[in-house]
Design a protein around this ligand. Structure first.
Ligand SMILES: [Zn+2]
Length: 272
């Protein structure tokens, strides 16, 4: 692979030193994904493939305002272990590993760090790792995602307006993730095996799809509610929808990087 100027780990240390000294300083993205089942129709690399594909284009288009670390490929995944191939790292190990990556970046002087989560169950750990980085270093470390199945906040308007499957279609190995893979890696998708499976509950106070709020949440073992690792409507996914979501995600993510990059680091006051 040729040297990519947006890849954090492709820089030499003198180039890194110069990047740290730039004003405004680049934002550093730390992606963390998973290796886990994504239905009978997609490879178990799907979460990492989406992270890598979207962040590579964000890095190119951000023109020096974003440095992207290699994807941390494993996360909290015990609840998927009934499906062959899943790699499960426990909560404490994932939190320790991720927070130490973020703290390392901050110790070199980077002030704005994005933990970019590609796998829903890493979310709480990402939040805690970011907190730990803020408290230990004073840098601003935030969590976000480029995968709308993890959190749709960045692109919810487009996702809602243009998805075909209606309520519940976007969850996991779903309409969104299948469409993204049809765009990024069609060779890893077998559409003849893709179908609709919405095993999750929809009750008065509980549901797992947006935009309706859920008053409580929990995560069950995946094999308890999903037949083959799909939760959503994989069958209606199209490459065109994937391309549309890819484009809007990249455009907004780069804009968000530039907003985040300019947040000043506030000064603490010791009132003792
Ligand atoms: Zn996924």
């Amino acid at each position: 692979m040729t040297k990519q100027s947006w890849r954090y780990d492709h820089l030499t240390w003198p180039e890194m030193k110069a990047a740290i000294a730039r004003d405004p300083q680049p934002v550093v993205a730390i992606p963390i994904g998973a290796v886990e089942d994504h239905g009978p129709h997609m490879s178990i690399s799907t979460d990492n493939d989406i992270l890598e594909g979207v962040l590579a284009e964000c890095g190119r288009r951000a023109e020096g305002d974003l440095l992207v670390l290699p994807v941390i490929p494993f996360g909290l995944d015990e609840h998927h272990m009934d499906f062959p191939g899943t790699i499960a790292i426990d909560i404490q190990t994932t939190l320790a590993y991720l927070s130490q990556v973020a703290i390392s970046v901050a110790r070199h002087g980077f002030k704005h760090i994005f933990i970019v989560n590609g796998h829903g169950s890493n979310a709480s750990i990402c939040d805690l790792a970011a907190r730990e980085c803020v408290l230990k270093t004073g840098s601003i470390c935030a969590t976000t995602t480029v995968n709308a199945a993890v959190s749709p906040a960045l692109v919810a308007d487009v996702l809602d307006a243009e998805r075909q499957g209606g309520w519940g279609s976007v969850g996991h190995a779903c309409e969104y993730e299948t469409a993204m893979m049809l765009y990024l890696h069609p060779e890893r998708v077998e559409m003849e095996k893709a179908y609709r499976d919405i095993g999750q509950l929809k009750l008065k106070y509980f549901n797992w799809d947006y935009p309706e709020p859920s008053a409580y949440s929990w995560q069950d073992w995946w094999s308890a509610f999903s037949k083959e690792g799909i939760c959503g409507d994989a069958g209606v996914a199209t490459r065109e929808f994937g391309e549309r979501m890819f484009e809007v995600t990249v455009e907004r993510f780069v804009e968000m990087v530039r907003e985040f990059q300019r947040i000043p680091v506030a000064t603490r006051v010791d009132h003792h």
